[in-house]
Design a protein around this ligand. Sequence first.
Ligand SMILES: [Zn+2]
Length: 252
Amino acid sequence: MILFFVFVLGAVIGSFLNVCIVRLPRGESLIRPSSHCPHCNESIKFYDNIPIISYMILRGKCRYCKNRISAQYPVVEALTGLMAIALFMKYGPTVQFLLLFLFSSALLIITFIDLSHQIIPDVISIPGIPCGIGASLLIPTVSWQDSLLGILVGGGLLLFIAVGYKWITDREGMGGGDIKLLAMMGAWLGWKAIPFIILASSLIGILIGGGSGLLLKKSLRAKIPFGPFLAIASLIYIFFGPEIIRWYTTWQ
Ligand SMILES: [Zn+2]
């Protein structure tokens, strides 16, 4: 029963994340105007704005103009709901749960914006860095020293790799957005998370990039952004972090 409630709450927040995903890259206000159909501009009534359910009742079409509604809406709502459940099962009704849900929600917004626009919005990643330091004061598993070092390792290491890569190959490797995102991840998860996130995101990137390389044209392949892989690696770390650290510190 409580898990159902957590899911519903997550899905409702997911519907706000959708607003952020659509409006942040355009620099629009998150509050005004209220939700409206992008095709016919008709404003969406509250009963057509119920997460996931409205999309199914309307069969993915606007009530007024019958144009398709992007499947991204119910997908983000469902993902946010599931994320809330998973975090709640791991951390229970704690401050840590709320903070990590906030952080994961930011990752979800970044992922979907990066997928459709190939940018990581500074308005999330830059304020995300001081928020991460603040969170470390409340999260028992990450100390503020871990957090500060995380910013340095996450931002610095990647900047070093990016500059080195450009110097050697004269090509742009990693974007500045990825570097700021990794600094934010370091702030939230501590410096120990960074080696794992870089390694895991590269592996996921190779797997997905390699798989899609067989299916997609070369021009499309170059457009796969790296931000979503960093986000997936961070989420894995949120759930299995202590086990992962134990594994690679006792390994040698
Ligand atoms: Zn419409």
